[in-house]
Design a protein around this ligand. Structure first.
Ligand code: SAM
Length: 282
């Protein structure tokens, strides 16, 4: 039985209230912001693109044991098991509901993919694995929630074998807002999503933290222009807002719309960034 910290329990409650299987089935089974190209048709494709972009330098072989933290509804883990030759993959998340949904999905997939996968409820900042258990740790669109990023990076380093890879896609703070109203709005939005203040880092600070903790950083790349414009178009589309309203009510869908418009402005003002990182344990 996994006992979560107060912070993790609050995050799990947020995800269980806001993003349940209703949204996963009707909107996109990926719960990430997506990597949008000119020909990307929908959020599911953008979500899959982000997974593939994050994996580009992962060096996963048929001998690789992989850990996928913050796996959400599990589709990401299933995608990694399908598109790489990995030997095995463990998907972990703090949300019991998401782990149950992930397990229910396995029967839809071929047994050679499904049998490589195990889902477990667990926090990325308190990994219940022996030292040097994995060849690759993958974290997509979740590390900003962790209390803290540093604790997770230390845990990732501990469970990676020497030479193992850490692959991350994550939200960044490009710079602090100057405008007081913007500052207030960003702080409220962060509180609502239960994001620790210590995680307000820009690309350079993120890369420095990984280096200080003893990783060799091979890639630290901003992909914000492939993430935000496409994601905002999607969040403001009638299709997404109607699924949201059906799920959480008109009032909540309106708040979502106002938030998306504000975030779009914050992106345009240069406050937001999004990075892909590839780091290796020496
Ligand atoms: C934005 S969702 C992304 C889910 C998935 N990676 C995807 O892209 O579809 C963030 C996920 O991180 C999970 N999460 C947050 N804090 C966590 C922690 N400390 N350990 C493991 N998972 C966590 C949440 O429950 C949620 O499922």
């Amino acid at each position: 039985m996994t006992t979560l910290s107060e912070h993790d329990q609050q995050t799990a409650d947020f995800y269980e209230n806001e993003f349940d299987e209703h949204l996963a089935v009707k909107s996109s089974p990926f719960n990430n912001w997506g990597y949008w190209k000119t020909n990307t048709e929908d959020a599911a494709q953008a979500g899959r693109n982000l997974v593939l972009e994050t994996l580009k330098h992962a060096n996963i072989t048929s001998q690789s044991r992989v850990l996928n933290v913050g796996c959400g509804f599990g589709v990401e883990t299933i995608e990694i098991a399908s598109c790489t030759p990995c030997k095995s993959i463990v998907g972990i998340d703090i949300s019991q509901k998401q782990i149950e949904f992930a397990n229910s999905q396995l029967s839809h997939y071929k047994s050679d993919v499904a049998q490589k996968i195990v889902f477990q409820k667990m926090s990325a900042t308190d990994l219940q694995f022996e030292d040097e258990s994995f060849d690759c740790v993958i974290a997509i669109d979740c590390v900003i929630h962790f209390s803290t990023r540093e604790t997770f990076f230390k845990e990732a380093k501990r469970v990676l074998k020497p030479g193992g890879h850490l692959m991350v896609a994550d939200h960044l703070h490009a710079r602090q807002a100057e405008d007081e109203v913007d500052k207030l709005f960003l702080a409220r939005a962060a509180k609502m999503r239960n994001l620790p203040e210590e995680n307000n880092q820009n690309l350079e600070a993120y890369q420095n933290l990984l280096t200080q903790l003893g990783f060799q950083v091979h890639q630290a790349l901003s992909i914000k222009d492939h993430v935000f414009p496409g994601a905002f178009n999607y969040f403001l589309s009638p299709k997404y807002l109607s699924v949201y309203a059906e799920h959480l009510g008109e009032k909540r869908a309106n708040i979502e719309r106002v938030q998306a418009v504000s975030y779009q402005q914050f992106y345009e003002k240069g406050y937001l960034d999004y990075g892909i990182f590839s780091a290796q344990k020496p």
